[in-house]
Design a protein around this ligand. Sequence first.
Ligand code: PNS
Length: 177
Amino acid sequence: MSTLEPNDGPSAASRAVCPGSFDPVTNGHLDIFGRASRLYDEVVVAVLVNQSKHGLFSHEERLDMLNQVTAHLPNVRIASFEGLLVDFCRTENISVVVKGLRAVTDFDYELKMAQMNFGLSGLETLFMPTNPLYSFLSSSLIKDVAKWGGDVSPHVPELVVARLSARLGDARRHTAS
Ligand code: PNS
């Protein structure tokens, strides 16, 4: 296991990553990106390319939505990664992962990943408590509610509401016919 040397200094922590699937991005994610962007010089939102898991939105659609909904945050950049997060961070010279914690139920899973990443390369993880406004939100819950015609507009950006309605509206029309 390698760890950061003390003389790597503060500049080593000036770029952070927020990794995830973002299928689709929610207001909870956006809140974390915005808060992280005030703490670091640059925040890279890294979308996992997952060949074995088909989401509701394609990888390109997720990147496009993320690019549009973070356009007001000048130091947030959207990127893709495949394989290990630690390898992506090494290539991009990123030394810290910022993750939102919604509730204790997130902690068990997140702690294991954080410990594994630290063990693999010394990559640090900082947990940011989710704003209570968003603590019950998840991409899967949003998709489930939207699938059955529920209103998700308080929980995701307008662009995402429109994309969900276009995608799931199509699916509902096909099911009904
Ligand atoms: O939004 P998600 O699906 O909960 O995000 C999980 C993600 C992408 C952060 C995690 O699965 C990940 O980092 N995958 C990359 C592969 C990897 O590095 N695995 C070891 C992590 S301990």
